[in-house]
Design a protein around this ligand. Structure first.
Ligand code: SF4
Length: 88
């Protein structure tokens, strides 16, 4: 089992800190939800802690929302492509 870091100091530097959380957790995959997800990704593209955010999402098993500039399908793909020893 991979350990999830307890300290998440990076979160205080998140570009999304003052953004609407619904952008990052849209309901559905089309129409307004798709536009929200694209807007969230635009914010992530300028985030100084995107790498930390993505690493956290993958190590803690986040399955919904936009993390580190990746949507749900992309997160699932990254989890599948990770070496088995890292998922154990
Ligand atoms: S990468 Fe995106 S979701 Fe993660 S902290 Fe930055 S702005 Fe927020």
């Amino acid at each position: 089992m991979e350990l999830v870091p307890l300290r998440q100091d990076w979160i205080h530097r998140a570009a999304c800190a003052d953004e609407d959380p619904e952008l990052f957790f849209p309901v559905g995959t089309s129409g307004p939800a798709e536009r929200d997800q694209e807007e969230a990704k635009r914010i992530c593209a300028h985030c100084a802690v995107a790498r930390e955010c993505l690493a956290y999402a993958l190590s803690s098993g986040q399955t919904s929302g936009v993390w580190g500039g990746k949507g749900e399908d992309e997160l699932a793909g990254l989890r599948r492509s990770r070496p088995a020893r890292r998922r154990a």
